[in-house]
Design a protein around this ligand. Structure first.
Ligand SMILES: *[C@@H]1O[C@H](CO)[C@@H](O)[C@H](O)[C@H]1NC(C)=O
Ligand SMILES: *[C@@H]1O[C@H](CO)[C@@H](O)[C@H](O)[C@H]1NC(C)=O
Ligand SMILES: *[C@@H]1O[C@H](CO)[C@@H](O)[C@H](O)[C@H]1NC(C)=O
Length: 182
């Protein structure tokens, strides 16, 4: 008889999965992804545990994990069941976290307008301008993206710099290996 032993892991429901890992979970040359699926099909909030448990128990993938969901989330003190809705008061901390994603927001909260205007340079009802937008910039409320240039041009802004800082920190000696599957 085969004995099967698994350590379960939980974490965020937001994640980035690599192509080789997805192949591993789908192609099924190993029993682990399937057996874990049976266990998690009757589990509360399975997205917060299934992939974490599979990847941390698969020796060939465990070392590829990075312990971050790239989100800025703020909790009340003392913490309630859900994180608090972010407002203008959280703006500075949110930007300083260097995280590319954040939650939760109330619909149409003013902080979202500040994100649009200060972080994304995005006018009302317009796209977030990128290197492909070559129209004149907004003086008369015009959309720079109304004229389309070379769509493959990527022009990193300050947000890309912040993301670089975050990734550098996540992959640093003190954060990367010690925090894997913890
Ligand atoms: C994973 O990393 C650990 C520690 O760095 C190392 O001992 C182990 O051989 C690695 N495993 C694989 C499958 O690469
Ligand atoms: C803005 O509007 C004025 C008056 O209609 C026009 O002369 C000017 O060229 C416009 N500027 C841009 C950038 O479209
Ligand atoms: C578009 O931009 C890419 C990347 O910068 C460049 O390699 C390519 O030559 C450009 N194409 C045209 C038509 O300018």
């Amino acid at each position: 008889m085969n004995c099967w032993f698994l350590i379960s892991y939980t974490g965020s429901a937001w994640m980035v999965l690599s192509r080789p890992f997805i192949d591993y979970t789908i192609w099924g040359w190993d029993n682990l992804p399937r057996t874990t699926l049976m266990y998690y099909s009757n589990f509360i909030s399975s997205p917060e545990g299934y992939f974490h448990t599979v990847i941390c128990n698969a020796l060939e993938f465990r070392n590829t994990t990075v312990n971050s969901d790239l989100h800025f989330i703020a909790w009340d003190n003392p913490p309630k069941q859900h994180p608090h809705h972010l407002t203008i008061a959280d703006m500075d901390k949110m930007v300083e976290s260097n995280a590319p994603f954040a939650r939760k927001f109330r619909q149409d909260d003013p902080v979202l307008d500040r994100v649009d205007s200060e972080l994304l340079s995005r006018g009302p009802g317009m796209f977030t301008p990128g290197g492909w937008c070559i129209g004149s910039r907004g003086e008369n409320g015009t959309d720079p993206c109304s004229i389309i240039g070379n769509t493959t041009v990527v022009r990193p802004g300050p947000g890309a710099k912040r993301l670089e800082t975050l990734i550098g920190s996540l992959l640093s000696t003190e954060n990367f290996r010690p925090r894997q599957c913890k």
